[in-house]
Design a protein around this ligand. Structure first.
Ligand SMILES: Nc1ncnc2c1ncn2[C@@H]1O[C@H](COP(=O)(O)OP(=O)(O)O)[C@@H](O)[C@H]1O
Ligand SMILES: [Mg+2]
Length: 250
């Protein structure tokens, strides 16, 4: 299953991506997490040692274009996650990670190798039943225009209880639909009370919300210590587990 995570900046995309990765892994699944946000921080949250030393795909330009040009291509025929050259990937505690880095915008029709890489990765990798690719996107909608969106089985748009976040949802959602993303849902995050939950229910409709995640006090500790492992003990982890199980039952 290929899952994209989008939404307004700061709503909790990277947090959701990391918590979903951990949960799916704990449920016995293979996870490849892809950091497609130029402001990369997924590696840190996933606890990768020395995240600053990870070379993003964007800096492997030559390697990528060289591989893409070779006939027979970059991946083997019917490639699986395990066929992705290790050069492109990091692994920590059973979770594989690819960091895309900053994709230079070439306007519409951008054919930059990084974009092509991601597209092929999503399109060509044959996922077994127990394999997941999770892509943590940048805020905004630009990434949807690169022809990447249609490769997703799911697009989860993280929303918090605010008008601005709803506006982002309403921009992203129809665009993704036009591009052919099969299933598009909101994940309601940072909910403090029933009033905020009702606000999102009223504005989005029950059928559009994939799940609800509550506001967690643990972030004041997590953010200042940089120890994201604490999240594993938090109620948020269990709430995301329910989302992971829902994805599995789909
Ligand atoms: N459920 C939550 N409860 C409280 N704070 C949260 C929650 N989810 C995210 N946050 C806060 O929002 C910040 C931004 O989250 P992040 O996942 O980095 O957002 P994004 O990737 O969308 O920019 C986190 O550092 C954390 O402080
Ligand atoms: Mg982020």
């Amino acid at each position: 299953m290929r899952i994209g995570i989008a939404g307004k900046g700061g709503t909790g995309k990277t947090t959701l991506c990391a918590l979903l990765s951990w949960n799916l892994k704990d449920l016995g699944k293979q996870v490849l997490a892809v950091d497609a946000d130029p402001d990369t921080n997924l590696a840190s949250i996933l606890g990768f040692p020395e995240p600053e030393k990870i070379v993003p795909i964007v800096r492997m330009k030559e390697l990528i274009s060289e591989r893409m040009e070779v006939r027979g291509g970059f991946f083997k025929l019917n490639p699986q996650i395990s066929d992705i050259p290790e050069k492109f990937m990091q692994e920590y505690r059973g979770i594989k990670l690819i960091v895309m880095g900053t994709v230079e915008s070439g306007g519409s029709g951008c054919v930059c190798p990084e974009s092509t890489f991601l597209k092929r990765l999503l399109r060509e990798i044959i996922l077994r039943k127990d394999e997941f690719i999770l892509v943590d996107f940048e805020a905004g909608v630009e990434h949807l225009g690169r022809g990447i969106a249609r490769e997703f089985d799911f697009l989860l748009i993280v929303v918090e209880p605010s008008q601005l976040s709803l506006e982002s949802f309403k921009r992203i959602s129809p665009l993704a639909e036009q591009l052919g993303v099969k299933r598009i849902f909101a994940v309601a995050n940072k909910l403090k009370d029933g009033r905020e939950r009702d606000f999102l229910l009223r504005n989005l409709g029950k059928e559009k919300i994939f799940g609800f995640l509550s506001y967690s006090q643990v972030f004041s500790q997590v953010n200042t210590s940089g120890n994201y492992e604490i999240l594993r003990e938090d109620k948020l982890y269990k709430e995301v587990k329910e989302l992971a199980e829902k994805l599995l039952s789909d």
